[in-house]
Design a protein around this ligand. Structure first.
Ligand SMILES: Cc1cc2nc3c(=O)[nH]c(=O)nc-3n(C[C@H](O)[C@H](O)[C@H](O)COP(=O)(O)O)c2cc1C
Length: 352
């Protein structure tokens, strides 16, 4: 494969990363950066074995995410997919995160030169990149596979983050109340509701971004304690009908917090990489994960969670992990729309 073919392959996998409200806030630039290209250099030469991941700041949620933290988490998840896609081709990715302070939208540069065969674990993760879906609602009462939580915790640590399981009943109830309080407050905020409306297309829409009605249940499934989901249907009754096989006993799942020790953009990217590793590892074991970022979008609730529930680690997401039969269907933009040649031209490369 040429470097351009590899770039197309990588990006086609990267876009299946999760992102806040499915904003897909990323752009990829392949080959050497402008100014670094030598005269007469061809795409097949070593320096072009590189892809840059940029944040698409036009897709940042101005009301919900003014600092761009969720945007960077989303890009971090896409970065994990880039690395995994390279492993699937037998390349060893060399990654540098936020390498250039002069280019604030540049999230990471990944190059590939050395080769090493993909191992079984990487293969299992890679097989889930397109299959994995965010779960919304309750879980079956079935227990998680043994050792899964230990694997998820260990995986998060490898990417510079921590997965803290909130097992204590009182703390779990407090976390659920934080989600409920945040959801209630967000419902009262006109600016945030208008922003949510931009990313929640009506059923049948041809949009390739935003949260489609095929990806959330029409009727909220309550659990004890209750972790209310976002109101993507916005009162229209959109969403998927309940599964006929759904049992009446439904569980909230194992609750956890994804945290980092510091709160810099680098930590946000790492949190995103850890998130995607967690989601793919769970999916490879037949488990699914529900995500709640509502309380982390309100500074006072984020601070409450940090000091009271996460031993001062900076929280990024509330997770619920459980077993369930999933029916959610999501959407993505055409990878060709987010892949650019140096200098910003994607007509010649992505559409080639
Ligand atoms: C930073 C971040 C925050 C998210 N917050 C929520 C959330 O509060 N509620 C939710 O249902 N999904 C949340 N998600 C999941 C996205 O909505 C989901 O990834 C996107 O719609 C694409 O769907 P998929 O993950 O099924 O491919 C979040 C994802 C990220 C990366």
């Amino acid at each position: 494969m040429t470097a351009e073919q590899i770039a197309r392959y990588i990006v086609a996998e990267a876009v299946w990363a999760p992102s806040v409200n499915n904003t897909q806030p990323w752009r990829f630039v392949t080959g050497p950066e402008p100014g670094r290209q030598h005269l007469g250099q061809h795409a097949s030469e070593p320096d072009s074995q590189q892809i840059s991941l940029h944040a698409d700041t036009d897709r940042r949620l101005a009301a919900a995410d003014p600092e761009g933290r969720e945007l960077m988490i989303s890009c971090g998840a896409a970065l994990f997919n880039v690395r995994l896609a390279l492993r699937s081709l037998g390349y060893v990715p060399e990654t540098s995160v936020l390498p250039d302070p002069g280019q604030p939208t540049l999230v990471a540069r990944v190059s590939w030169r050395e080769r090493a065969a993909i191992n079984e674990f990487e293969r299992r993760l890679f097989s889930q990149v397109r299959k994995r879906r965010t779960h919304r609602g309750a879980f079956d009462p079935e227990p998680l596979p043994p050792d899964l939580l230990a694997a998820l915790r260990g995986g998060a640590a490898r990417d510079g983050a921590a997965l803290r399981i909130v097992a204590d009943d009182g703390r779990r109830a407090a976390l659920a109340i934080a989600v409920e309080t945040a959801e209630h407050q967000l419902q009262q905020d006109g600016e945030r509701l208008r922003e949510l409306a931009r990313w929640t297309p009506a059923p049948g829409s041809a949009c390739r971004d935003g949260v489609p009605a095929t990806s959330y249940p029409a009727r909220a499934e309550h659990t004890s304690p209750d972790f209310p989901g976002r109101d993507f249907a916005r009162g229209h009754g959109w969403g998927t009908p309940p599964l006929s096989s759904a049992t009446s006993i439904r569980a909230a799942g194992v609750a956890g917090l994804l945290t980092t020790a510091a709160d810099r953009p680098l930590d946000w990217v790492n949190a995103g990489q850890a998130l995607q590793r967690i989601l793919l590892t769970a999916s490879a074991s037949g488990a699914a994960v529900a995500l709640h970022s509502q309380p982390l979008e309100l500074p006072w609730l984020r601070e409450f969670i940090r000091t009271q529930l996460s031993d001062s680690g900076y929280p990024h997401l509330v997770l619920r992990i459980g077993m369930v039969t999933q029916v959610a269907v999501s959407v993505r933009r055409d990878p060709r729309d987010v892949l650019f040649a140096p200098g910003g031209d994607h007509a010649s490369l992505g559409r080639g």
